[in-house]
Design a protein around this ligand. Structure first.
Ligand SMILES: Cc1cc2nc3c(=O)[nH]c(=O)nc-3n(C[C@H](O)[C@H](O)[C@H](O)COP(=O)(O)OP(=O)(O)OC[C@H]3O[C@@H](n4cnc5c(N)ncnc54)[C@H](O)[C@@H]3O)c2cc1C
Ligand code: FES
Length: 236
């Protein structure tokens, strides 16, 4: 479906630490790991906010988000029937045509894109690290071969990087950097989804530039998914 104005179907708080899931009516066909620019206000804040595709269902798209500032606060106040503007889907998501055994790893808010990603793959093993409580366990379990969850600590220690051909990960930058280092001497090739501040979301403004071994890239257009080996973490 093209970018435009849509109706909120539901918007529910799912955790003590202010995570929400919002469903918006419409028939969307985004790839796993893509994102939309969301906006539910007029002039201020100036910029729309990038949020990953969390799930797609019959006649709706779902976003999972944490309230961290003004934009997400406004999103959390939307209720059924309210208007929301979605632009997208944007970005290059996770590669879904790879042959081999795949593990998905999510930390914190990085668990958000992995439900739709798991549904696009053939029951990958899924490792999720949460801050305070395990969220949406039944949903992730249904889409996973094996589901491993952890509260606090690091979920990275629970993964055998020689047991997989590929790892797709999303989480805080520190987690992604640690993962890239841990996996270096193991079999698994690691893809990470990067988060950078964004303005246009579609490759026009350069706000989201990042350094890679293949030169400067735009996280919104060339990514957000990159091969971890190619990202120069010290320059992010
Ligand atoms: C491709 C992409 C996908 C994303 N997917 C999700 C998602 O599925 N769920 C979700 O909750 N969040 C996601 N985010 C992060 C989300 O866009 C920000 O949390 C949101 O824009 C914050 O807006 P705000 O107005 O509430 O907070 P602001 O007032 O703008 O910021 C609050 C705090 O968050 C920091 N922050 C804001 N945006 C970013 C960013 N892009 N990267 C790092 N730090 C940031 C600010 O520096 C500040 O400290 C994604 C970001 C990107 C780039
Ligand atoms: S956000 Fe404008 S180029 Fe990426």
């Amino acid at each position: 479906m093209p970018s435009g104005s849509y109706k909120v179907l539901s918007n529910e708080r799912i955790s003590n630490d202010n995570m929400w899931v919002m469903k918006v009516a419409g028939d969307f066909k985004p790839a796993a790991g893509q994102f939309f620019m969301l906006r539910a206000w007029d002039k201020y804040p100036v910029l729309s906010r990038p949020i990953s595709v969390h799930d797609i269902g019959d006649g709706y798209i779902a976003f999972m988000y944490r309230v961290v500032g003004e934009g997400t606060e406004i999103l959390s106040r939307l209720t059924k029937g309210d208007d929301i503007t979605l632009a997208g889907p944007y970005g290059n998501g996770f590669p879904l045509d790879l042959k081999g055994k795949i593990a998905l790893i999510g930390g914190g808010m990085g668990v958000a894109p992995l439900l739709w990603t798991a549904k696009q793959l053939n029951k990958p093993d899924v490792y999720l690290g949460f801050r305070e409580e395990v969220l949406l366990e039944d949903e992730y379990k249904a889409a996973a071969g094996k589901l491993v969850t952890k509260i606090g600590g690091t979920i990275l220690d629970d993964v055998d990087y020689d047991a997989y051909d590929y790892v797709f990960a999303c989480g805080p930058l520190g987690m992604e950097r640690a993962l890239a280092n841990m996996a270096k001497n193991h079999k698994a090739k690691v893809y990470i989804s990067l988060e950078k501040h964004m303005a246009c979301g579609m490759g026009a403004c350069l706000v989201c530039s990042c350094s890679t071994t293949k030169g400067n890239k735009k996280v919104c257009k060339d990514g957000p998914v990159f091969l971890a080996d190619e990202v120069i973490f010290d320059e992010l």
